[in-house]
Design a protein around this ligand. Structure first.
Ligand code: ADP
Ligand code: ASP
Ligand code: MG
Length: 406
């Protein structure tokens, strides 16, 4: 008997009516003759609401307690979905990450999966049950509850699909697949039939939240083919898989945007060796991911350094940087939140000159001011004012003729 892992995102389980619809899909898959393992996220915006509650109590909630709190959301979904599936006459059981033993490291709120124990799931499947697992959560070897970073139910699904050797890993969400841009921002965005792990990884890590970047990394490492599709239709979605040799490489796959960006600037740092190392190793020690870094040209032996982090990391990044600025005789440190990042992503960019010029030209024509730029072989990103983000995405989508992509 085959095994299918299905993951349903928060909006798919936000109300009882939606849960019943998900339950009917799950039950139908089981009746189709497959074993089914389901991963679910917290209902609707519950994770955001829980974080907001924590912030009402503490401006910097302890990460361990935040994990304890956030893990509750997924537990609500698994219990309700299991009830709904059983109402439909199928056998089901809900399990937390801890009960499965999805073992992670101890980095609270951004834990990484170290090991997935398949024994409990195998035993439940052998009893004829549908197994419904809480996404986004795990436990350390010491049984501390952890969470896997925002959007982390995706990586739970991929890790289970890999550990169980599933035949399919389906990611059900509120859009029909992966598009050339966020369809909520760019109505002319087109659905992609398939894309490679590397293309998807660049899209996800530059803001396409339809898949969590880490889940794509995991899928690539363990060769799990992901199928992103709509909870509300049977139409095929988007396959994320190994690049095939036969297909031509696209110059540009899509335009992504990320509003979860804060810029931190440290003014007038002494222009001597070792300063960047001190700043960025201090941030790394606090598990803060730095995205873009710009160091201005030196004036009178001093230079400004700016970098971007997620908004959640901004307060700690600012405080850490301020500490280093004091130690090294740097100037003022400021964190700015009203910024966003727009990126053009494509595996064929490396061999196509002129992409960067086209990006800057399109943004200029749209009247969008560029605050920071970073480029890689397959991506060009610009930090712009958050207010301009839709304008920027649409200008780039049209400049690269993405409306025509299939
Ligand atoms: P879920 O709760 O199902 O995990 P998410 O909100 O995490 O759903 O991801 C789905 C959302 O991703 C969509 O509603 C869409 O607005 C957004 N999105 C951003 N970029 C893209 C893209 N390139 N293609 C499809 N959806 C995208
Ligand atoms: N509920 C978690 C979040 O909102 C995990 C997920 O949705 O995948 O980030
Ligand atoms: Mg998600």
């Amino acid at each position: 008997m085959g095994l299918i892992v299905q993951k349903y995102g928060g909006s798919s389980v936000a109300t009882s009516e939606r849960l019943r619809h998900v339950a009917s899909r799950v039950a139908a898959t089981r009746r189709g003759g497959s074993n089914v393992v389901v991963v679910v996220s917290a209902p609707g915006h519950m994770t955001d609401e829980l974080i907001a509650r924590a912030r009402e109590i503490s401006s910097r909630p302890p990460a361990r307690e935040l994990d304890m709190l956030m893990a509750v959301g997924e537990q609500i979904s698994i219990a309700l979905l299991s009830m709904a599936v059983q109402e439909m006459g199928e056998q089901a059981i809900s399990l937390t990450g801890g009960q499965v033993r999805i073992v992670t490291d101890g980095v609270h709120t951004k834990a990484r999966i170290l090991d997935v124990d398949r024994r409990r799931i195998d035993a439940e499947l052998a009893q004829g049950r549908i197994v419904i697992v809480a996404g986004f959560q795990g436990v350390t070897p010491e049984d501390e509850i952890t969470t896997l970073g925002r959007g982390g139910s995706d990586v739970t699904a991929v890790a289970l699909a890999s550990a169980l050797g599933a035949d399919q890993c389906e990611i059900y969400t509120d859009v029909p697949g992966v598009f050339t841009a966020d369809p909520r921002i760019e109505p002319n965005a087109r659905q992609l039939a398939r894309l490679s792990y590397d293309e998807m990884l660049e899209m996800a890590s530059s803001g396409a939240v339809v898949l969590q970047a880490r889940s794509v990394e995991y899928a690539k490492a363990y060769r799990v083919r992901m199928h992103v599709r709509s909870t509300w239709s049977d139409a095929p979605g988007t396959l994320v898989e190994e690049a095939s040799d036969v297909e031509p490489i696209r110059t540009v796959t899509g335009v992504t945007h990320d509003v979860d960006v804060a810029r931190v600037t440290i003014a007038d740092v002494p222009d001597i060796p070792g300063i960047a190392h001190r700043i960025f190793s201090a941030l790394a020690d606090r598990h803060i991911n730095v995205d873009m870094i710009v160091r201005a040209a030196s004036r009178g032996g001093k230079a400004d350094i700016s970098f971007t982090v997620t908004r959640a990391d901004a307060p700690v990044a600012e405080e850490t940087t301020r500490g280093i600025a004091l130690e090294v005789g740097g100037g003022e440190v400021v964190a700015v939140e009203g910024v966003a990042k727009v990126s053009v992503v494509g595996a064929g960019m490396a061999t196509n000159p002129g992409v960067a010029a086209k990006v800057f030209g399109a943004l200029a024509a749209a009247g969008v001011n560029i605050q920071m730029i970073s480029t890689s072989e397959i991506k060009i990103s610009c930090v712009v004012s958050a207010e301009e983000i839709q304008n920027a995405v649409r200008a780039l989508h049209s400049a690269f003729d993405l409306e025509g992509v299939r």
